[in-house]
Design a protein around this ligand. Structure first.
Ligand SMILES: Cc1cc2nc3c(=O)[nH]c(=O)nc-3n(C[C@H](O)[C@H](O)[C@H](O)COP(=O)(O)OP(=O)(O)OC[C@H]3O[C@@H](n4cnc5c(N)ncnc54)[C@H](O)[C@@H]3O)c2cc1C
Length: 331
């Protein structure tokens, strides 16, 4: 099928059995997206002409009204005919090429009982350019894929660092925890995503939930190690102290960089070392007026949703909120 994108009038080809978004990304059309599982609505686009279908029911991130008005979620929609769609093309990350590459698991280490750090080595002859905050997909048998954010920054990319949380009953992550993965070959596709760091010069707040720390670590290392002159706050939300699995490193940064401030916020029981509660509520309590800030948030869908719902009322303009929602791969 031919897909024409307005307003640019550029075209790409899509098969009838693949998500329109996947075809667009393969064709280097950088359309907005985040979760790729029909929840976050980032990939919402208007179907100007033609028909789309969904493999199951209408995705959760699309209301009946929106569907009636001709909107579709491109991460789930399949083209049932040639299409003309109206979608915002992003220019910001077009300069990196999405590649499919083999890579070797050079080492694995437990950062917490249920978080594994993987260091991946890419083929020496294949440059892999990415932006801080982007993720990659691990390609599995049967066309399945699992997304993981790159925790290392672009200026230290000899090896790619991932933080993988074990999902009880999860096909890929349980298998990783169950055996010694070092030395194994994985196939990856990346870099992917519009959650990318840029220094706008304004003060910036980073918020991570659990392994949402991975893309934030890449961004923080870029900002701190490259000596950017902006005030930086980092709030890391988790359940218990062990879930703040690299807090010692973050505290070292706080001691080393005067313009960097950190707080870990625990939703479960703690002693006295951390404030308790939900991380987004803690941020709202610390910052009455968010208008001067940019906010970068990554982690569980519920945390990202709460930030998207609550922060604009405190003056955060839509263009100043950047987020990555760690939704699960569709079944
Ligand atoms: C853009 C993006 C970036 C991501 N980055 C990271 C990252 O850096 N680190 C990281 O640990 N995760 C990250 N995730 C989440 C990660 O992709 C999933 O946890 C992973 O795909 C689970 O794979 P699995 O095969 O083990 O589970 P599956 O076999 O796919 O799932 C098994 C069961 O568990 C449920 N499930 C799946 N994932 C989760 C979860 N995370 N929490 C609770 N229940 C779940 C499923 O609905 C299913 O019922 C990211 C997700 C996205 C979309």
């Amino acid at each position: 099928m031919k897909i024409r994108v307005l307003p640019s009038n550029r075209e790409f080809e899509a098969r009838h059995d693949e998500p329109v978004l996947s075809a667009a990304l393969r064709g280097h059309f950088n359309l907005p997206h985040s979760c790729k599982s029909g929840h976050c609505s980032s990939c919402r686009a208007r179907i100007v002409s033609g028909e789309v279908s969904y493999p199951g029911a209408r995705p959760l991130g699309l209301t009946a009204d929106e569907a009636d008005l001709g909107f579709a979620l491109l991460c789930q929609a399949r083209a049932a005919s040639d299409l003309v769609i109206e979608a915002r093309e992003l220019r910001r990350v077009t300069d990196v090429e999405i590649k499919t590459l083999p890579c070797r698991v050079e080492s694995r280490a437990l950062l917490a009982p249920d978080v594994l750090q993987l260091m991946l080595r890419l083929p020496a002859i294949e440059p892999f350019a990415f932006h801080a905050g982007q993720y990659l997909d691990v390609l599995l048998a049967g066309g399945r894929r699992r997304s993981f954010s790159i925790a290392s920054p672009p200026h230290d990319a000899a090896r790619l660092e991932l933080h993988v949380r074990r999902v009880p009953g999860g096909g890929f992550t349980e298998a990783l925890f169950a055996h010694e993965a070092a030395g194994e070959l994985l196939r990856i596709e990346g870099p992917i995503g519009q959650f990318v760091y840029a220094d706008a010069g304004t003060p910036v707040i980073f918020i991570a939930g659990g392994t949402g720390f991975a893309p934030v670590k890449s961004m923080l290392r870029q900002a701190l190690e490259r000596g950017q002159a902006r005030d930086i706050w980092f709030y890391w939300g988790a359940r218990t102290p062990v879930d703040l699995y690299e807090e010692a490193l973050v505290r070292e940064w706080a001691a080393m960089y005067p313009r960097f401030r950190y707080a870990g916020v625990l939703s479960g029981a703690d002693g006295t070392a951390h404030p308790s509660g939900l991380v987004h509520e803690f941020v709202l309590a610390q910052h009455r007026d968010l208008a001067p800030f940019e906010v970068y948030a990554a982690g569980p869908p519920a945390m990202v949703e709460a930030i998207r719902a609550g922060f604009p009322a405190r003056g955060l303009a839509p263009g100043q909120l950047h987020f990555d929602s760690f939704d699960y791969a569709p079944r």
